[in-house]
Design a protein around this ligand. Structure first.
Ligand code: EPU
Length: 350
Protein backbone atom coordinates (compact mmCIF):
# COMPACT_ATOMS: atom_id res chain seq x y z
CA UNK A 1 0.00 0.00 0.00
CA UNK A 2 1.40 3.37 -1.03
CA UNK A 3 1.23 6.01 1.70
CA UNK A 4 1.54 9.78 1.25
CA UNK A 5 3.78 12.27 3.06
CA UNK A 6 5.54 9.82 5.33
CA UNK A 7 8.21 11.30 7.65
CA UNK A 8 11.58 9.74 6.87
CA UNK A 9 13.60 11.04 9.84
CA UNK A 10 12.37 8.27 12.19
CA UNK A 11 13.43 5.66 9.60
CA UNK A 12 17.05 6.83 9.68
CA UNK A 13 19.69 6.64 12.41
CA UNK A 14 20.55 10.34 11.98
CA UNK A 15 16.88 11.18 12.61
CA UNK A 16 16.84 14.23 10.34
CA UNK A 17 15.12 15.28 7.14
CA UNK A 18 11.68 15.74 5.63
CA UNK A 19 8.96 13.40 4.35
CA UNK A 20 8.62 11.12 1.35
CA UNK A 21 5.93 12.33 -1.02
CA UNK A 22 4.99 8.66 -1.40
CA UNK A 23 6.22 5.70 0.61
CA UNK A 24 5.80 1.96 0.41
CA UNK A 25 7.18 -0.89 2.47
CA UNK A 26 7.86 -3.80 0.12
CA UNK A 27 7.57 -7.07 2.06
CA UNK A 28 8.47 -9.32 -0.83
CA UNK A 29 10.14 -9.25 -4.23
CA UNK A 30 6.86 -8.92 -6.12
CA UNK A 31 6.03 -5.81 -4.10
CA UNK A 32 9.36 -4.24 -5.11
CA UNK A 33 8.54 -4.81 -8.79
CA UNK A 34 4.99 -3.53 -8.38
CA UNK A 35 6.23 -0.39 -6.58
CA UNK A 36 8.77 0.37 -9.30
CA UNK A 37 5.98 0.02 -11.92
CA UNK A 38 3.72 2.30 -9.88
CA UNK A 39 6.42 5.02 -9.79
CA UNK A 40 7.29 4.60 -13.48
CA UNK A 41 3.64 4.95 -14.49
CA UNK A 42 3.57 8.32 -12.72
CA UNK A 43 7.01 9.46 -13.86
CA UNK A 44 8.20 9.68 -10.27
CA UNK A 45 11.79 9.27 -9.10
CA UNK A 46 12.46 6.36 -6.73
CA UNK A 47 14.69 6.16 -3.67
CA UNK A 48 15.46 2.82 -2.05
CA UNK A 49 15.68 2.70 1.74
CA UNK A 50 16.97 -0.12 3.88
CA UNK A 51 17.81 0.29 7.55
CA UNK A 52 18.47 4.02 7.18
CA UNK A 53 21.88 3.85 8.85
CA UNK A 54 23.90 5.32 5.99
CA UNK A 55 21.55 7.99 4.67
CA UNK A 56 21.01 11.67 5.28
CA UNK A 57 17.57 12.85 4.17
CA UNK A 58 17.31 16.47 2.99
CA UNK A 59 15.05 18.82 4.93
CA UNK A 60 12.71 19.04 1.93
CA UNK A 61 12.35 15.26 1.97
CA UNK A 62 12.04 13.21 -1.22
CA UNK A 63 9.69 14.28 -4.01
CA UNK A 64 8.94 10.81 -5.34
CA UNK A 65 8.41 7.26 -4.11
CA UNK A 66 10.56 5.85 -1.31
CA UNK A 67 10.57 2.05 -1.31
CA UNK A 68 11.63 0.45 1.94
CA UNK A 69 12.98 -2.95 0.93
CA UNK A 70 11.88 -5.27 3.71
CA UNK A 71 11.71 -8.93 2.54
CA UNK A 72 12.75 -11.27 5.37
CA UNK A 73 14.18 -14.78 5.53
CA UNK A 74 17.53 -16.50 5.88
CA UNK A 75 18.87 -19.99 5.32
CA UNK A 76 22.13 -21.77 6.02
CA UNK A 77 23.19 -24.56 3.63
CA UNK A 78 26.36 -26.60 3.42
CA UNK A 79 27.66 -25.89 -0.08
CA UNK A 80 31.17 -27.30 0.04
CA UNK A 81 33.76 -28.85 2.32
CA UNK A 82 33.70 -26.66 5.40
CA UNK A 83 31.65 -24.02 3.58
CA UNK A 84 28.19 -22.98 4.69
CA UNK A 85 26.31 -20.47 2.58
CA UNK A 86 24.12 -17.99 4.41
CA UNK A 87 21.49 -16.58 2.08
CA UNK A 88 19.71 -13.58 3.54
CA UNK A 89 16.84 -11.56 2.14
CA UNK A 90 17.57 -7.83 1.90
CA UNK A 91 15.39 -6.93 4.87
CA UNK A 92 17.19 -9.13 7.40
CA UNK A 93 18.76 -7.03 10.20
CA UNK A 94 22.50 -7.32 9.66
CA UNK A 95 23.61 -7.80 13.24
CA UNK A 96 21.08 -10.61 13.81
CA UNK A 97 22.73 -12.48 10.93
CA UNK A 98 26.18 -11.96 12.41
CA UNK A 99 25.02 -13.17 15.82
CA UNK A 100 23.35 -16.20 14.22
CA UNK A 101 26.46 -17.10 12.20
CA UNK A 102 28.75 -16.70 15.22
CA UNK A 103 26.34 -18.79 17.33
CA UNK A 104 26.57 -21.58 14.72
CA UNK A 105 30.37 -21.43 14.77
CA UNK A 106 30.59 -19.99 11.24
CA UNK A 107 33.45 -17.61 10.49
CA UNK A 108 33.65 -14.78 7.98
CA UNK A 109 31.56 -11.91 9.29
CA UNK A 110 32.36 -11.90 13.04
CA UNK A 111 34.37 -8.65 12.79
CA UNK A 112 31.30 -6.97 11.26
CA UNK A 113 29.43 -7.22 14.57
CA UNK A 114 27.38 -4.29 15.85
CA UNK A 115 26.85 -2.60 12.49
CA UNK A 116 23.32 -1.21 12.19
CA UNK A 117 21.20 -1.59 9.06
CA UNK A 118 19.95 -4.39 6.84
CA UNK A 119 21.67 -7.17 4.89
CA UNK A 120 20.66 -5.77 1.49
CA UNK A 121 22.71 -2.63 2.03
CA UNK A 122 25.96 -4.43 2.82
CA UNK A 123 27.14 -5.04 -0.77
CA UNK A 124 26.34 -1.47 -1.81
CA UNK A 125 29.19 0.18 0.03
CA UNK A 126 31.01 -3.10 0.70
CA UNK A 127 30.55 -2.76 4.44
CA UNK A 128 33.78 -3.30 6.32
CA UNK A 129 35.21 -3.03 9.80
CA UNK A 130 37.92 -4.44 12.07
CA UNK A 131 39.69 -6.37 9.35
CA UNK A 132 36.83 -7.83 7.31
CA UNK A 133 34.62 -6.56 4.51
CA UNK A 134 31.60 -8.28 3.01
CA UNK A 135 33.32 -8.56 -0.40
CA UNK A 136 35.48 -11.33 1.09
CA UNK A 137 32.50 -13.58 1.83
CA UNK A 138 29.84 -12.56 -0.71
CA UNK A 139 29.19 -15.31 -3.27
CA UNK A 140 26.25 -13.84 -5.14
CA UNK A 141 23.95 -10.85 -4.96
CA UNK A 142 20.37 -11.32 -6.12
CA UNK A 143 19.20 -8.09 -7.73
CA UNK A 144 16.28 -6.63 -9.57
CA UNK A 145 17.49 -4.93 -12.73
CA UNK A 146 15.56 -1.65 -12.71
CA UNK A 147 15.76 -1.23 -16.49
CA UNK A 148 14.20 -4.61 -17.33
CA UNK A 149 12.49 -5.49 -14.00
CA UNK A 150 14.14 -8.91 -14.31
CA UNK A 151 15.76 -10.69 -11.39
CA UNK A 152 19.48 -11.46 -11.85
CA UNK A 153 22.12 -13.23 -9.79
CA UNK A 154 25.43 -11.39 -9.89
CA UNK A 155 28.59 -13.23 -8.87
CA UNK A 156 30.98 -11.42 -6.54
CA UNK A 157 33.31 -10.85 -9.50
CA UNK A 158 30.59 -8.87 -11.27
CA UNK A 159 30.10 -6.49 -8.34
CA UNK A 160 33.30 -4.39 -8.75
CA UNK A 161 33.97 -4.36 -5.03
CA UNK A 162 36.57 -1.99 -3.63
CA UNK A 163 37.10 -0.16 -0.36
CA UNK A 164 33.63 1.22 0.49
CA UNK A 165 32.81 0.83 -3.19
CA UNK A 166 30.90 -1.38 -5.63
CA UNK A 167 29.05 -1.42 -8.92
CA UNK A 168 25.86 -0.72 -6.94
CA UNK A 169 27.35 2.44 -5.42
CA UNK A 170 28.63 3.66 -8.78
CA UNK A 171 25.34 3.00 -10.58
CA UNK A 172 22.86 3.81 -7.82
CA UNK A 173 19.78 3.55 -10.02
CA UNK A 174 20.63 0.32 -11.84
CA UNK A 175 19.63 -2.36 -9.32
CA UNK A 176 17.65 -3.11 -6.20
CA UNK A 177 19.39 -5.67 -3.99
CA UNK A 178 16.92 -8.43 -3.07
CA UNK A 179 19.13 -10.98 -1.29
CA UNK A 180 22.77 -11.71 -0.59
CA UNK A 181 24.58 -15.07 -0.26
CA UNK A 182 27.65 -15.20 1.99
CA UNK A 183 30.12 -18.12 2.01
CA UNK A 184 31.00 -18.78 5.66
CA UNK A 185 33.57 -21.24 6.97
CA UNK A 186 32.84 -23.92 9.53
CA UNK A 187 35.59 -24.67 12.07
CA UNK A 188 37.64 -21.64 11.08
CA UNK A 189 39.36 -19.22 13.42
CA UNK A 190 38.25 -15.59 13.67
CA UNK A 191 40.01 -12.97 11.54
CA UNK A 192 42.38 -11.00 13.77
CA UNK A 193 43.95 -8.69 11.25
CA UNK A 194 43.03 -5.30 12.71
CA UNK A 195 45.70 -4.20 15.19
CA UNK A 196 43.22 -2.68 17.64
CA UNK A 197 41.12 -5.88 17.68
CA UNK A 198 44.17 -8.13 17.99
CA UNK A 199 45.34 -5.99 20.94
CA UNK A 200 41.93 -6.22 22.63
CA UNK A 201 42.16 -10.03 22.43
CA UNK A 202 45.87 -10.30 23.24
CA UNK A 203 45.11 -11.74 26.70
CA UNK A 204 42.79 -14.44 25.29
CA UNK A 205 44.37 -17.68 24.14
CA UNK A 206 42.86 -18.83 20.81
CA UNK A 207 39.92 -16.40 20.84
CA UNK A 208 36.61 -17.89 19.75
CA UNK A 209 34.23 -16.32 17.26
CA UNK A 210 31.99 -15.31 20.18
CA UNK A 211 34.90 -13.68 22.04
CA UNK A 212 35.85 -11.85 18.86
CA UNK A 213 32.30 -10.61 18.40
CA UNK A 214 32.24 -9.42 22.04
CA UNK A 215 35.57 -7.60 21.59
CA UNK A 216 34.35 -5.86 18.42
CA UNK A 217 31.14 -4.79 20.17
CA UNK A 218 33.26 -3.41 23.02
CA UNK A 219 35.50 -1.40 20.66
CA UNK A 220 32.52 -0.07 18.73
CA UNK A 221 30.72 0.92 21.93
CA UNK A 222 33.73 2.96 23.07
CA UNK A 223 33.53 4.87 19.77
CA UNK A 224 29.72 5.32 20.03
CA UNK A 225 29.43 3.09 16.95
CA UNK A 226 26.71 0.92 18.42
CA UNK A 227 23.36 2.61 18.87
CA UNK A 228 22.47 2.77 22.57
CA UNK A 229 19.63 4.73 24.17
CA UNK A 230 20.96 7.65 26.18
CA UNK A 231 24.29 7.94 24.31
CA UNK A 232 24.42 11.61 23.21
CA UNK A 233 26.39 10.50 20.10
CA UNK A 234 23.81 7.88 19.08
CA UNK A 235 22.14 9.81 16.23
CA UNK A 236 24.77 9.28 13.53
CA UNK A 237 25.44 7.50 10.27
CA UNK A 238 28.68 5.93 11.52
CA UNK A 239 31.66 7.24 9.60
CA UNK A 240 30.59 10.37 7.76
CA UNK A 241 33.58 10.34 5.35
CA UNK A 242 35.55 7.55 3.73
CA UNK A 243 39.25 7.25 4.47
CA UNK A 244 41.07 8.84 1.51
CA UNK A 245 43.34 6.60 -0.58
CA UNK A 246 46.23 8.52 -2.11
CA UNK A 247 49.63 7.95 -3.71
CA UNK A 248 52.71 7.66 -1.50
CA UNK A 249 54.03 11.08 -2.56
CA UNK A 250 50.71 12.74 -1.70
CA UNK A 251 50.73 11.01 1.69
CA UNK A 252 54.22 12.38 2.38
CA UNK A 253 53.05 15.86 1.37
CA UNK A 254 49.99 15.63 3.65
CA UNK A 255 52.21 14.56 6.57
CA UNK A 256 54.54 17.49 5.85
CA UNK A 257 51.64 19.98 5.74
CA UNK A 258 50.28 18.50 8.96
CA UNK A 259 53.72 18.82 10.57
CA UNK A 260 53.35 15.20 11.68
CA UNK A 261 55.76 12.59 10.31
CA UNK A 262 53.96 10.02 12.52
CA UNK A 263 50.64 10.57 10.66
CA UNK A 264 48.64 7.29 10.61
CA UNK A 265 48.84 5.61 7.20
CA UNK A 266 47.91 2.12 6.07
CA UNK A 267 48.95 0.19 2.94
CA UNK A 268 46.06 0.13 0.45
CA UNK A 269 47.58 -2.04 -2.29
CA UNK A 270 49.34 -1.06 -5.53
CA UNK A 271 51.67 1.27 -3.60
CA UNK A 272 48.77 3.43 -2.47
CA UNK A 273 48.16 4.64 1.06
CA UNK A 274 44.96 4.89 3.08
CA UNK A 275 44.86 7.93 5.34
CA UNK A 276 42.74 8.25 8.44
CA UNK A 277 39.93 10.74 7.84
CA UNK A 278 39.24 11.07 11.59
CA UNK A 279 42.87 12.04 12.18
CA UNK A 280 42.84 14.54 9.29
CA UNK A 281 39.67 16.15 10.64
CA UNK A 282 41.21 16.60 14.08
CA UNK A 283 44.44 17.90 12.53
CA UNK A 284 42.45 20.46 10.53
CA UNK A 285 41.27 21.94 13.81
CA UNK A 286 37.99 20.17 14.60
CA UNK A 287 38.08 18.62 18.04
CA UNK A 288 35.74 15.80 19.03
CA UNK A 289 32.61 17.38 20.45
CA UNK A 290 32.71 20.41 18.08
CA UNK A 291 29.18 21.83 17.79
CA UNK A 292 27.41 23.91 15.17
CA UNK A 293 23.90 24.41 16.48
CA UNK A 294 22.29 21.00 16.85
CA UNK A 295 24.84 19.35 14.54
CA UNK A 296 28.20 18.26 15.85
CA UNK A 297 31.16 15.94 15.79
CA UNK A 298 30.82 12.90 18.06
CA UNK A 299 32.69 13.22 21.35
CA UNK A 300 33.87 9.62 20.82
CA UNK A 301 35.10 9.62 17.18
CA UNK A 302 36.01 12.53 14.92
CA UNK A 303 34.70 10.72 11.85
CA UNK A 304 31.07 10.60 13.04
CA UNK A 305 28.84 13.64 12.63
CA UNK A 306 25.91 13.59 15.00
CA UNK A 307 22.49 15.09 15.39
CA UNK A 308 22.53 16.35 18.97
CA UNK A 309 18.74 16.51 18.97
CA UNK A 310 16.44 18.36 16.59
CA UNK A 311 19.16 19.08 14.00
CA UNK A 312 18.19 20.03 10.47
CA UNK A 313 19.80 18.26 7.53
CA UNK A 314 21.12 21.68 6.44
CA UNK A 315 23.08 22.02 9.66
CA UNK A 316 24.74 18.63 9.14
CA UNK A 317 25.42 19.39 5.48
CA UNK A 318 26.94 22.78 6.38
CA UNK A 319 29.20 21.17 8.98
CA UNK A 320 30.28 18.50 6.47
CA UNK A 321 31.05 21.19 3.87
CA UNK A 322 33.00 23.19 6.46
CA UNK A 323 35.07 20.11 7.38
CA UNK A 324 35.78 19.20 3.73
CA UNK A 325 36.85 22.81 3.04
CA UNK A 326 39.16 23.02 6.06
CA UNK A 327 40.81 19.63 5.46
CA UNK A 328 41.36 20.55 1.82
CA UNK A 329 42.74 24.03 2.60
CA UNK A 330 45.05 22.91 5.41
CA UNK A 331 46.15 19.46 4.28
CA UNK A 332 45.39 19.27 0.56
CA UNK A 333 43.12 16.19 0.76
CA UNK A 334 39.47 16.12 -0.33
CA UNK A 335 37.23 14.01 1.89
CA UNK A 336 34.25 12.24 0.32
CA UNK A 337 31.02 11.85 2.32
CA UNK A 338 30.05 8.25 2.98
CA UNK A 339 26.27 8.53 3.59
CA UNK A 340 23.88 8.76 0.68
CA UNK A 341 22.17 12.14 0.59
CA UNK A 342 18.49 11.62 -0.31
CA UNK A 343 16.50 14.46 -1.88
CA UNK A 344 19.35 16.75 -2.94
CA UNK A 345 22.96 16.53 -4.08
CA UNK A 346 26.09 17.27 -2.05
CA UNK A 347 27.06 20.94 -2.33
CA UNK A 348 30.73 19.97 -2.36
CA UNK A 349 32.81 21.18 -5.32
CA UNK A 350 34.93 18.36 -6.86
N1 EPU B 1 41.57 8.53 14.55
C1 EPU B 1 41.77 9.79 15.02
N2 EPU B 1 40.74 10.43 15.62
C2 EPU B 1 39.54 9.87 15.78
C3 EPU B 1 39.31 8.58 15.30
C4 EPU B 1 40.35 7.93 14.68
O1 EPU B 1 42.85 10.34 14.90
O2 EPU B 1 38.64 10.52 16.34
C5 EPU B 1 42.68 7.83 13.88
C6 EPU B 1 43.58 7.06 14.80
O3 EPU B 1 44.88 7.15 14.31
C7 EPU B 1 43.09 5.62 14.64
C8 EPU B 1 42.71 5.61 13.18
O4 EPU B 1 42.17 6.90 12.96
O5 EPU B 1 44.10 4.74 14.94
C9 EPU B 1 41.69 4.56 12.81
O6 EPU B 1 40.50 4.75 13.61
P1 EPU B 1 39.39 3.61 13.69
O7 EPU B 1 40.04 2.32 14.08
O8 EPU B 1 38.30 4.08 14.56
O9 EPU B 1 38.93 3.43 12.21
P2 EPU B 1 38.44 4.50 11.12
O10 EPU B 1 39.39 4.39 9.98
O11 EPU B 1 38.21 5.83 11.69
C10 EPU B 1 37.07 2.68 9.84
C11 EPU B 1 35.71 2.54 9.24
C12 EPU B 1 34.68 2.24 10.32
C13 EPU B 1 35.09 0.95 11.02
C14 EPU B 1 36.49 1.15 11.61
C15 EPU B 1 37.05 -0.11 12.23
C16 EPU B 1 35.69 3.94 7.27
C17 EPU B 1 35.19 5.18 6.64
N3 EPU B 1 35.35 3.74 8.54
O12 EPU B 1 37.05 3.83 10.69
O13 EPU B 1 33.44 2.02 9.65
O14 EPU B 1 34.19 0.61 12.05
O15 EPU B 1 37.41 1.51 10.55
O16 EPU B 1 37.41 -0.98 11.24
O17 EPU B 1 36.37 3.14 6.62
C18 EPU B 1 31.48 3.19 8.92
O18 EPU B 1 31.88 3.03 7.77
O19 EPU B 1 30.40 3.77 9.16
C19 EPU B 1 32.31 2.74 10.03
C20 EPU B 1 32.00 2.99 11.30
Amino acid sequence: MVLDRVPLAPLTTLEVGGPARHFVEAQDEAAVVESLRWAAARGLPVAILGGGSNVLVADAGFDGLVIRVAPRGRRFETTGTGVVTLTAAAGEPWDDLVADAVGRGLAGIECLSGIPGLAGATPIQNVGAYGQEVAETIQTVRVLDRATLQVRELGAGECAFGYRDSRFKRQPDAFVVLAVAFALRADAAPTLRYAELAAALAGTARPSLAETRAAVLGLRAKKSMVIRAGDPNRRSAGSFFTNPIVGAATADEVARRAGAPQMPRFPAGAGRVKLSAGWLIERAGFTKGTRRGAAGISTAHALALVNLGGARADELIALAVEIVGAVRARLGVTLAPEPVLVGQSWPIPP
